[in-house]
Design a protein around this ligand. Structure first.
Ligand SMILES: C[S@@+](CC[C@H](N)C(=O)[O-])C[C@H]1O[C@@H](n2cnc3c(N)ncnc32)[C@H](O)[C@@H]1O
Length: 170
């Protein structure tokens, strides 16, 4: 096997193992969800915090839509982090952190955006209720925050009618 082949397999194994560790892989937000999501995001309070940037798909979208806003994005998986670091170089308002967001204090967030998984939403509910102020907007898609009532729910124009939730801390 060539060195490139071995590196490719090692990268795939790393991605699979880290996705198991995190509970989710770096799946990007789909085109239809991005479209629906942007349709109602007019003016976001900064800093905009993205929990898990993956390949940087949503981060680029936010940076283009809100060029004057500070964006802080977290990613703790090395390969997507490195890819996004390069992809986001030209967006000077973006700070990409190679960190586990569970270990961060989110109390200074203006807006939080994430696309995670059900167990993370349960855990984030507790973290948000402890750390966020009532003025923080939380935007999440696909998975809801259990027990919270959204201030708005949008639907993507896709097969699953993927929901996009807007919340303020309950
Ligand atoms: C489904 S992807 C979403 C990517 C991007 N936000 C998007 O919507 O296109 C979730 C990402 O969150 C990252 N992630 C999960 N748990 C994390 C944690 N505790 N700290 C930092 N990143 C995390 C994963 O590695 C993955 O890349």
């Amino acid at each position: 096997m060539s060195i490139l082949g071995a590196l490719f397999i090692a990268a795939c194994v790393y991605l699979v193992l880290f996705s198991l560790y995190n509970g989710i892989g770096p799946m990007p937000t789909s085109q239809s969800v991005k479209k629906a999501l942007l349709s109602k995001l007019i003016d976001l309070k900064s800093p905009i915090i993205e929990l898990g940037t993956g390949w940087g798909t949503l981060t680029v979208l936010l940076a283009k839509k809100f060029p004057g806003k500070q964006i802080i994005a977290y990613e703790n998986s090395w390969i997507p982090y490195f890819f996004s670091k390069i992809r986001l170089l030209k967006y000077t308002q973006v700070t990409l952190l190679y960190k586990d967001f569970w270990e961060e204090d989110l109390s200074n967030s203006g807006t939080i955006i994430c696309y995670l998984y059900p167990k993370a939403m349960e855990r984030l509910k507790i973290k948000f209720e402890k750390e966020l102020s009532p003025s923080t907007l939380v935007v999440t898609h696909t998975f809801a925050i259990p027990g919270w009532r959204p201030t708005e729910t949008l639907q993507a124009d896709d097969l699953y009618r993927t929901p996009i939730y807007h919340y303020r801390v309950n």
